[in-house]
Design a protein around this ligand. Structure first.
Ligand code: SF4
Length: 339
Protein backbone atom coordinates (compact mmCIF):
# COMPACT_ATOMS: atom_id res chain seq x y z
CA UNK A 1 0.00 0.00 0.00
CA UNK A 2 1.20 3.53 -0.78
CA UNK A 3 1.16 5.07 2.69
CA UNK A 4 1.09 8.64 1.41
CA UNK A 5 -1.94 8.08 -0.80
CA UNK A 6 -4.20 6.19 1.54
CA UNK A 7 -7.71 7.48 0.96
CA UNK A 8 -9.35 5.05 3.39
CA UNK A 9 -10.73 6.03 6.78
CA UNK A 10 -7.42 4.88 8.28
CA UNK A 11 -5.89 8.16 7.18
CA UNK A 12 -7.99 10.01 9.75
CA UNK A 13 -7.09 7.58 12.54
CA UNK A 14 -4.21 9.02 14.53
CA UNK A 15 -3.15 5.60 15.77
CA UNK A 16 -2.75 4.46 12.16
CA UNK A 17 -0.74 7.60 11.42
CA UNK A 18 1.49 6.99 14.44
CA UNK A 19 1.99 3.27 13.72
CA UNK A 20 2.85 3.91 10.09
CA UNK A 21 5.41 6.64 10.59
CA UNK A 22 8.38 6.64 8.23
CA UNK A 23 11.22 5.70 10.52
CA UNK A 24 13.86 3.91 8.49
CA UNK A 25 16.08 5.29 5.70
CA UNK A 26 14.64 2.75 3.25
CA UNK A 27 11.17 4.25 3.88
CA UNK A 28 12.50 7.48 2.38
CA UNK A 29 14.10 5.96 -0.71
CA UNK A 30 11.43 7.53 -2.94
CA UNK A 31 12.61 10.95 -1.82
CA UNK A 32 16.25 10.32 -2.70
CA UNK A 33 15.70 10.67 -6.45
CA UNK A 34 17.87 7.60 -7.04
CA UNK A 35 20.77 9.09 -5.07
CA UNK A 36 22.02 6.21 -2.90
CA UNK A 37 24.52 8.53 -1.17
CA UNK A 38 21.60 10.42 0.24
CA UNK A 39 20.10 7.26 1.74
CA UNK A 40 23.52 6.53 3.32
CA UNK A 41 23.64 10.04 4.75
CA UNK A 42 20.19 9.61 6.28
CA UNK A 43 21.36 6.35 7.82
CA UNK A 44 24.41 8.05 9.35
CA UNK A 45 22.41 10.96 10.74
CA UNK A 46 19.75 8.64 12.15
CA UNK A 47 22.41 6.89 14.26
CA UNK A 48 22.76 10.11 16.28
CA UNK A 49 19.40 11.74 15.65
CA UNK A 50 16.56 9.35 14.80
CA UNK A 51 13.68 10.43 12.61
CA UNK A 52 9.98 9.70 12.40
CA UNK A 53 7.48 11.27 10.02
CA UNK A 54 3.74 10.67 9.97
CA UNK A 55 2.32 9.80 6.54
CA UNK A 56 0.15 12.91 6.90
CA UNK A 57 3.13 15.24 7.39
CA UNK A 58 5.12 13.48 4.66
CA UNK A 59 2.21 14.01 2.27
CA UNK A 60 2.65 17.79 2.65
CA UNK A 61 6.11 17.60 1.06
CA UNK A 62 6.86 18.27 -2.57
CA UNK A 63 8.86 15.08 -3.24
CA UNK A 64 10.68 16.67 -6.18
CA UNK A 65 12.02 19.65 -4.22
CA UNK A 66 15.12 19.07 -2.05
CA UNK A 67 14.58 22.51 -0.49
CA UNK A 68 10.94 21.98 0.35
CA UNK A 69 10.19 23.67 3.71
CA UNK A 70 8.29 20.66 5.06
CA UNK A 71 11.07 18.30 3.98
CA UNK A 72 13.71 20.44 5.68
CA UNK A 73 11.84 20.22 8.97
CA UNK A 74 11.49 16.45 9.07
CA UNK A 75 14.11 14.68 6.93
CA UNK A 76 17.54 13.96 8.42
CA UNK A 77 20.25 16.22 7.04
CA UNK A 78 23.97 15.53 7.08
CA UNK A 79 24.53 19.08 8.35
CA UNK A 80 23.10 17.94 11.70
CA UNK A 81 26.38 16.15 12.35
CA UNK A 82 28.59 19.21 11.73
CA UNK A 83 28.84 20.13 15.43
CA UNK A 84 28.33 16.68 16.92
CA UNK A 85 31.56 16.97 18.96
CA UNK A 86 31.43 20.68 19.72
CA UNK A 87 27.80 21.80 20.04
CA UNK A 88 25.78 22.15 23.21
CA UNK A 89 23.01 19.70 24.08
CA UNK A 90 21.28 21.95 26.56
CA UNK A 91 22.19 25.62 26.04
CA UNK A 92 19.10 26.81 27.94
CA UNK A 93 20.35 24.92 31.02
CA UNK A 94 17.07 23.07 31.44
CA UNK A 95 18.75 20.08 33.06
CA UNK A 96 20.33 22.34 35.70
CA UNK A 97 16.85 23.65 36.53
CA UNK A 98 15.24 20.25 37.02
CA UNK A 99 14.46 19.77 40.73
CA UNK A 100 12.66 16.44 40.15
CA UNK A 101 12.75 14.22 37.05
CA UNK A 102 10.67 15.72 34.24
CA UNK A 103 10.01 19.09 35.84
CA UNK A 104 11.89 22.14 34.56
CA UNK A 105 11.67 25.26 36.66
CA UNK A 106 13.35 28.33 35.18
CA UNK A 107 10.90 30.91 36.52
CA UNK A 108 9.47 31.47 39.99
CA UNK A 109 5.77 31.32 39.05
CA UNK A 110 5.60 28.56 36.42
CA UNK A 111 7.16 25.28 35.50
CA UNK A 112 7.34 22.87 32.60
CA UNK A 113 6.24 19.27 33.11
CA UNK A 114 7.57 16.84 30.51
CA UNK A 115 4.85 14.22 30.05
CA UNK A 116 6.75 12.10 27.53
CA UNK A 117 9.88 12.13 25.39
CA UNK A 118 8.01 10.74 22.37
CA UNK A 119 6.96 12.83 19.38
CA UNK A 120 4.85 12.09 16.31
CA UNK A 121 7.46 13.74 14.08
CA UNK A 122 11.03 14.45 15.16
CA UNK A 123 11.50 18.06 14.08
CA UNK A 124 15.06 18.50 12.88
CA UNK A 125 15.28 21.92 14.57
CA UNK A 126 14.11 20.64 17.98
CA UNK A 127 15.81 22.19 21.00
CA UNK A 128 15.39 18.99 23.04
CA UNK A 129 17.23 16.66 20.69
CA UNK A 130 19.14 15.42 23.73
CA UNK A 131 16.05 13.45 24.80
CA UNK A 132 15.96 11.49 21.56
CA UNK A 133 18.97 9.46 22.70
CA UNK A 134 16.88 7.95 25.48
CA UNK A 135 14.67 6.15 22.97
CA UNK A 136 10.89 6.04 23.34
CA UNK A 137 10.17 5.87 27.05
CA UNK A 138 6.97 5.25 28.96
CA UNK A 139 7.17 7.05 32.26
CA UNK A 140 5.92 5.45 35.45
CA UNK A 141 3.16 6.71 37.71
CA UNK A 142 5.87 7.56 40.26
CA UNK A 143 7.54 9.85 37.70
CA UNK A 144 4.32 11.84 37.22
CA UNK A 145 3.59 11.80 40.95
CA UNK A 146 7.04 13.29 41.66
CA UNK A 147 6.16 16.31 39.51
CA UNK A 148 2.72 16.67 41.13
CA UNK A 149 4.28 16.54 44.61
CA UNK A 150 6.88 19.17 43.71
CA UNK A 151 4.21 21.58 42.44
CA UNK A 152 2.04 20.93 45.50
CA UNK A 153 4.97 21.76 47.79
CA UNK A 154 5.79 25.04 46.02
CA UNK A 155 2.98 27.59 46.43
CA UNK A 156 4.70 30.12 44.14
CA UNK A 157 3.90 27.91 41.15
CA UNK A 158 0.63 29.20 39.69
CA UNK A 159 1.00 27.86 36.16
CA UNK A 160 1.99 24.41 34.89
CA UNK A 161 2.94 23.90 31.26
CA UNK A 162 2.58 20.29 30.15
CA UNK A 163 4.94 19.59 27.29
CA UNK A 164 7.45 16.99 26.14
CA UNK A 165 8.13 15.40 23.71
CA UNK A 166 4.51 15.71 22.72
CA UNK A 167 2.11 15.32 25.63
CA UNK A 168 -0.80 14.54 23.31
CA UNK A 169 0.78 11.15 22.67
CA UNK A 170 -0.19 10.21 26.22
CA UNK A 171 -3.36 8.15 26.60
CA UNK A 172 -6.41 10.27 27.47
CA UNK A 173 -6.69 8.54 30.87
CA UNK A 174 -3.12 9.53 31.82
CA UNK A 175 -3.62 13.10 30.64
CA UNK A 176 -6.91 13.30 32.51
CA UNK A 177 -5.35 12.12 35.75
CA UNK A 178 -2.22 14.26 35.43
CA UNK A 179 -3.99 17.48 34.44
CA UNK A 180 -6.67 16.83 37.05
CA UNK A 181 -4.07 16.25 39.80
CA UNK A 182 -2.26 19.47 38.92
CA UNK A 183 -5.50 21.44 38.73
CA UNK A 184 -6.57 20.11 42.13
CA UNK A 185 -3.58 21.84 43.75
CA UNK A 186 -5.10 25.02 45.25
CA UNK A 187 -2.37 27.43 44.07
CA UNK A 188 -2.33 26.16 40.48
CA UNK A 189 -4.49 28.67 38.62
CA UNK A 190 -3.71 27.92 34.99
CA UNK A 191 -2.62 24.97 32.87
CA UNK A 192 -0.98 25.12 29.51
CA UNK A 193 -0.34 22.40 26.94
CA UNK A 194 2.52 22.70 24.44
CA UNK A 195 2.12 20.42 21.43
CA UNK A 196 3.07 20.30 17.77
CA UNK A 197 0.31 17.79 17.02
CA UNK A 198 -1.94 20.26 15.11
CA UNK A 199 0.87 20.68 12.56
CA UNK A 200 2.13 17.11 12.27
CA UNK A 201 -0.76 14.76 13.16
CA UNK A 202 -3.91 16.88 13.52
CA UNK A 203 -6.23 13.87 13.55
CA UNK A 204 -5.09 13.27 17.15
CA UNK A 205 -7.22 16.27 18.18
CA UNK A 206 -10.55 14.49 18.44
CA UNK A 207 -13.66 14.94 20.55
CA UNK A 208 -12.50 12.51 23.22
CA UNK A 209 -9.20 14.31 23.73
CA UNK A 210 -10.78 17.76 23.67
CA UNK A 211 -13.35 16.51 26.19
CA UNK A 212 -10.48 15.81 28.59
CA UNK A 213 -8.68 19.10 27.99
CA UNK A 214 -11.72 21.29 28.39
CA UNK A 215 -12.40 19.92 31.86
CA UNK A 216 -9.36 21.81 33.09
CA UNK A 217 -9.96 25.30 31.73
CA UNK A 218 -8.52 27.86 31.97
CA UNK A 219 -6.20 25.80 29.82
CA UNK A 220 -4.15 27.43 27.10
CA UNK A 221 -2.88 25.53 24.10
CA UNK A 222 0.37 26.51 22.41
CA UNK A 223 1.35 24.93 19.15
CA UNK A 224 4.02 25.40 16.49
CA UNK A 225 3.24 26.08 12.84
CA UNK A 226 6.36 27.28 11.04
CA UNK A 227 5.16 27.48 7.46
CA UNK A 228 1.78 28.42 5.95
CA UNK A 229 1.60 25.07 4.10
CA UNK A 230 1.31 23.35 7.47
CA UNK A 231 -2.05 25.03 8.01
CA UNK A 232 -4.13 22.53 6.06
CA UNK A 233 -7.90 21.96 6.34
CA UNK A 234 -7.11 19.10 8.77
CA UNK A 235 -4.94 21.39 10.91
CA UNK A 236 -7.59 24.11 10.82
CA UNK A 237 -10.22 21.58 11.93
CA UNK A 238 -8.01 20.51 14.86
CA UNK A 239 -7.55 24.11 16.01
CA UNK A 240 -11.27 24.78 15.60
CA UNK A 241 -12.16 21.81 17.82
CA UNK A 242 -9.98 23.28 20.56
CA UNK A 243 -11.23 26.82 20.07
CA UNK A 244 -14.90 25.90 20.10
CA UNK A 245 -14.28 24.05 23.38
CA UNK A 246 -13.12 27.35 24.87
CA UNK A 247 -9.41 26.56 24.68
CA UNK A 248 -7.39 29.49 23.27
CA UNK A 249 -4.78 28.41 20.73
CA UNK A 250 -1.54 30.36 20.26
CA UNK A 251 1.36 29.74 17.93
CA UNK A 252 5.06 29.70 18.79
CA UNK A 253 6.88 29.60 15.46
CA UNK A 254 10.63 29.17 15.12
CA UNK A 255 12.53 31.25 12.59
CA UNK A 256 14.27 28.65 10.40
CA UNK A 257 16.69 29.15 7.54
CA UNK A 258 15.22 27.84 4.29
CA UNK A 259 11.81 27.31 5.87
CA UNK A 260 10.37 30.69 6.75
CA UNK A 261 13.21 33.23 6.71
CA UNK A 262 11.62 35.63 4.28
CA UNK A 263 9.01 38.30 5.00
CA UNK A 264 6.44 37.00 2.51
CA UNK A 265 6.39 33.50 4.01
CA UNK A 266 6.16 34.92 7.51
CA UNK A 267 3.37 37.28 6.49
CA UNK A 268 1.38 34.45 4.93
CA UNK A 269 1.98 32.31 8.02
CA UNK A 270 0.73 35.04 10.37
CA UNK A 271 -2.29 35.84 8.15
CA UNK A 272 -3.18 32.19 7.88
CA UNK A 273 -2.98 31.73 11.65
CA UNK A 274 -5.23 34.74 12.18
CA UNK A 275 -7.75 33.49 9.58
CA UNK A 276 -8.03 30.39 11.77
CA UNK A 277 -8.34 32.33 15.05
CA UNK A 278 -4.90 31.15 16.20
CA UNK A 279 -2.89 33.87 17.88
CA UNK A 280 0.61 34.43 16.47
CA UNK A 281 2.26 34.62 19.89
CA UNK A 282 6.03 34.21 19.53
CA UNK A 283 8.54 33.95 16.74
CA UNK A 284 11.59 32.31 18.32
CA UNK A 285 15.12 32.77 17.20
CA UNK A 286 16.42 29.20 16.78
CA UNK A 287 18.30 28.07 19.92
CA UNK A 288 22.04 27.31 19.62
CA UNK A 289 21.46 23.60 20.15
CA UNK A 290 23.75 20.90 18.83
CA UNK A 291 22.53 19.59 15.47
CA UNK A 292 20.48 22.60 14.39
CA UNK A 293 23.09 25.18 13.44
CA UNK A 294 22.14 25.04 9.74
CA UNK A 295 18.68 26.37 10.64
CA UNK A 296 19.90 29.42 12.54
CA UNK A 297 19.12 32.81 11.02
CA UNK A 298 21.21 35.83 11.86
CA UNK A 299 19.35 37.77 14.56
CA UNK A 300 19.84 41.06 12.72
CA UNK A 301 18.20 39.58 9.62
CA UNK A 302 15.26 38.40 11.73
CA UNK A 303 14.86 41.88 13.22
CA UNK A 304 14.99 43.46 9.78
CA UNK A 305 12.26 41.13 8.52
CA UNK A 306 10.02 41.97 11.46
CA UNK A 307 10.73 45.64 10.83
CA UNK A 308 9.56 45.22 7.23
CA UNK A 309 6.39 43.47 8.36
CA UNK A 310 5.54 45.94 11.08
CA UNK A 311 3.90 48.66 8.92
CA UNK A 312 2.30 46.17 6.52
CA UNK A 313 0.68 43.68 8.88
CA UNK A 314 -2.07 44.20 11.44
CA UNK A 315 -0.80 44.26 15.01
CA UNK A 316 -3.03 41.29 15.86
CA UNK A 317 -1.01 39.20 13.40
CA UNK A 318 2.43 40.12 14.66
CA UNK A 319 4.11 37.83 17.19
CA UNK A 320 6.93 38.94 19.47
CA UNK A 321 10.30 38.02 18.01
CA UNK A 322 12.27 36.58 20.93
CA UNK A 323 15.46 34.84 21.91
CA UNK A 324 15.33 32.33 24.74
CA UNK A 325 18.29 32.94 27.06
CA UNK A 326 19.82 30.35 29.41
CA UNK A 327 18.53 29.70 32.90
CA UNK A 328 16.29 32.21 34.66
CA UNK A 329 16.89 35.04 32.22
CA UNK A 330 14.12 33.79 29.96
CA UNK A 331 12.91 35.41 26.77
CA UNK A 332 14.52 38.53 25.40
CA UNK A 333 12.46 40.58 22.93
CA UNK A 334 14.35 41.29 19.73
CA UNK A 335 13.17 44.59 18.36
CA UNK A 336 14.99 47.36 16.60
CA UNK A 337 14.94 50.78 18.27
CA UNK A 338 13.23 52.30 15.24
CA UNK A 339 9.98 50.40 15.95
S1 SF4 B 1 7.30 17.96 18.55
FE1 SF4 B 1 8.37 19.45 19.85
S2 SF4 B 1 9.62 18.20 21.26
FE2 SF4 B 1 8.99 16.89 19.52
S3 SF4 B 1 10.67 17.02 18.06
FE3 SF4 B 1 9.15 18.56 17.47
S4 SF4 B 1 9.86 20.44 18.49
FE4 SF4 B 1 10.90 18.72 19.50
Amino acid sequence: MDLLNNSSSEWLDWRWQYRNRLRRPEHLAGLAGGNSNLVDEWRRVAQSYPFAITPYYASLMDPTDRDDPIRLQCLPDIRELADIHTGQDDPLEEDRHTPVPGLIRRYPDRCLALGTNRCAVYCRHCNRKRFWKQGSRRFSRAYFQGMIDHVAQNPALREVIVSGGDPLLLPEATLDWFLGSMKAIPHVEVLRVGSRIPAVMPMRINKKLVGVLKKYRPLWFNTQFNHPREITPEAARACDLLLTAGIPVSNQAVLLKGVNDDPETLRELFYSLQRNSVRPYYLFSCDPVKGVDHFRVDIRKGMEMMEQLWPRVSGLCLPRFVLDAPGERGKITLQSFSL
